[in-house]
Design a binder for this molecule. Structure first.
Ligand code: KG4
Ligand code: ZN
Length: 348
C-alpha cells in the first residue's frame, strides 16, 4: 500500500510516500527556520501562510521523487493533531481535497504517534510492545506502545516540554533559533560540571516531568551573572544544562523500565537528535542489556515519512476520516480518531 503523507503541524511543510508502513519511497521537508529566526521562535500566522504557499509543490515533489504519479497512490494521510491549529488546517484541507479528487481513503494521524513510527522506518525488526520516551518541542512523555495503535501513557510533563526548555535556555544564553540544536552543539566543547541545576520531582508522580523550574534556574543564573558583569562560557552553561536535562530524562526512563520491565526501548521526537541524550541512553541501555532504538537524525525532527509509516497501521485498524475531518490543537496520544471503527466525531 502506497500512502502519500502530509505533515504541516508546526514549522515544517513535509510530504512523503511510504510503502506498507516500513519503506519511505520519498521524503521532502521544507523548513521555515529562516522565516522565524528573526523573531526567535515560531510565529503561528507566518507558519500557516508559508504552508499554504509550499504545500502543493512539496506534495508534488514527494510523488515525483518516489517516481510515481498521483494515480498510483492508494491513500492520503495527514497529521490532524496536535499542533498549531492554523498550520494543521492547511495540511488537513489539502489532504482532504487530494483524497476526494483521487477517490482514495483519507487517514488521520496523530503527530506524536508519527514520531514513534519513525522508528519503524529505520528498524524493520521493531514491533510493539515496547517502551518509548517521546521528547519534542511541544511534548515530553513516556508511553507504552502496546500495539501499533494502542498506547498507554505512563508519564508526561506537567509544564514545559524538554525541547521548549532547551530552546528557552538557548535563547537566554544568546544562541540563535532553533536553540536546542545550537545548545547541543555548544555543549560538545563545554565543561558539564561547571554549573549545577535542580532535578525537580513531582511528589506522588515519580514518572512525570517538570522542566519549568530548570528553565527558570538557567534564566536566573544568566541574569545574575549579567548583573555582576560576568559572562560565563556558553559552552560550559550548555554542557551543564544539557547534562541536567538528560539526567532527568534518564532517571524517569529508568524508573519506567524497572516498573514495566520492558527490554525494548525507543526514543522519538526532535530532541532525540540530542547528542548528549543519545550517548547517555546508549551507554545505560548497553550496560543493562536493553535493546535500544534511536531514530536516525533525519527522522528525529518533523517529517512526513513518519506520518506515512503510522498511517499504514492506522488504516489497518479502520482509522479513515470523512470530509468533515478537522484539525485539533491538543489531543492525547491514546485518543483514536474512530472509536470501535466508527468515527467518534471527537476530532473537532
Ligand atoms: O519534534 P520536533 O521537530 O517538533 C515538535 O513536534 O515539537 O521537535 C522540535 C524540538 C525543538 O525544541 C528543537 O530545539 C529540539 O526539538 N531539538 C533539539 C535538538 N534538535 C532539535 N533539542 C536538543 N538537541 C538537539 N540536537
Ligand atoms: Zn514533531
Amino acid at each position: 500500500m502506497r500512502i502519500l503523507a502530509i505533515e504541516s503541524s508546526c514549522d515544517e511543510t513535509a510530504a512523503a510516500v511510504v510503502e506498507d508502513g516500513r519503506k519511505a519511497l520519498s521524503s521532502v521537508v521544507s523548513s521555515q527556520i529562516e522565516l522565524h529566526k528573526v523573531y526567535g521562535g515560531v510565529v503561528p500566522e507566518i507558519a500557516s501562510r508559508s504552508h499554504i504557499e509550499m504545500i502543493s509543490q512539496i506534495a508534488g515533489a514527494a510523488v515525483s521523487e518516489a517516481e510515481l504519479d498521483y494515480t498510483d497512490l492508494d491513500a492520503i494521510a495527514v497529521t490532524y493533531a496536535p499542533g498549531l491549529i492554523g498550520s494543521l488546517l492547511v495540511g488537513v484541507n489539502f489532504a482532504k481535497g487530494l483524497a476526494a479528487s483521487l477517490n482514495v481513503p483519507l487517514i488521520p494521524v496523530h503527530h506524536m504517534r508519527g514520531h514513534i513510527a519513525a522508528n519503524y522506518l529505520a528498524f524493520p525488526e521493531l514491533t510493539p510492545p515496547f517502551l518509548c520516551l517521546v521528547v519534542s518541542g511541544g511534548h515530553t512523555m513516556m508511553t507504552e506502545v502496546c500495539g501499533y495503535t494502542s498506547f498507554r501513557m505512563i508519564g508526561k510533563t506537567r509544564d514545559d516540554a524538554a525541547g521548549e526548555c532547551f530552546d528557552k535556555a538557548a535563547r537566554v544564553m544568546g544562541l540563535p533559533y532553533p536553540g536546542g540544536v545550537y545548545l547541543d552543539r555548544a555543549a560538545e566543547s563545554g565543561n558539564a560540571e561547571a554549573f549545577h541545576f535542580p532535578h525537580p520531582n513531582i511528589a506522588g508522580s515519580p514518572l512525570d516531568f517538570s522542566f519549568s523550574g530548570m528553565k527558570t534556574a538557567i534564566i536566573n543564573l544568566c541574569h545574575t551573572h549579567r548583573q555582576k558583569g560576568e559572562t560565563p562560557a556558553v559552552e560550559d552553561l550548555s554542557a551543564s544544562f544539557r547534562k541536567a536535562v538528560v539526567e532527568v530524562l534518564w532517571e524517569r526512563l529508568l524508573l519506567a523500565i524497572q516498573k514495566t520491565r520492558y527490554d525494548k526501548i525507543a526514543l522519538a521526537g526532535g530532541v532525540a537528535a540530542n547528542r548528549g541524550l543519545r550517548r547517555k541512553l546508549e551507554a545505560e541501555c548497553a550496560e543493562r542489556k536493553l535493546q535500544l532504538y534511536l531514530p536516525p537524525l533525519p527522522l528525529c525532527g518533523d517529517n512526513a515519512a513518519m506520518i506515512g509509516a503510522q498511517a499504514f497501521y492506522e488504516y489497518q485498524e479502520g482509522q479513515v476520516a470523512g470530509p468533515d475531518l478537522n484539525g485539533t490543537a491538543s489531543l492525547p496520544i491514546d485518543h483514536s480518531y474512530c472509536v470501535g471503527k466508527r468515527r467518534s466525531g471527537a476530532a473537532g
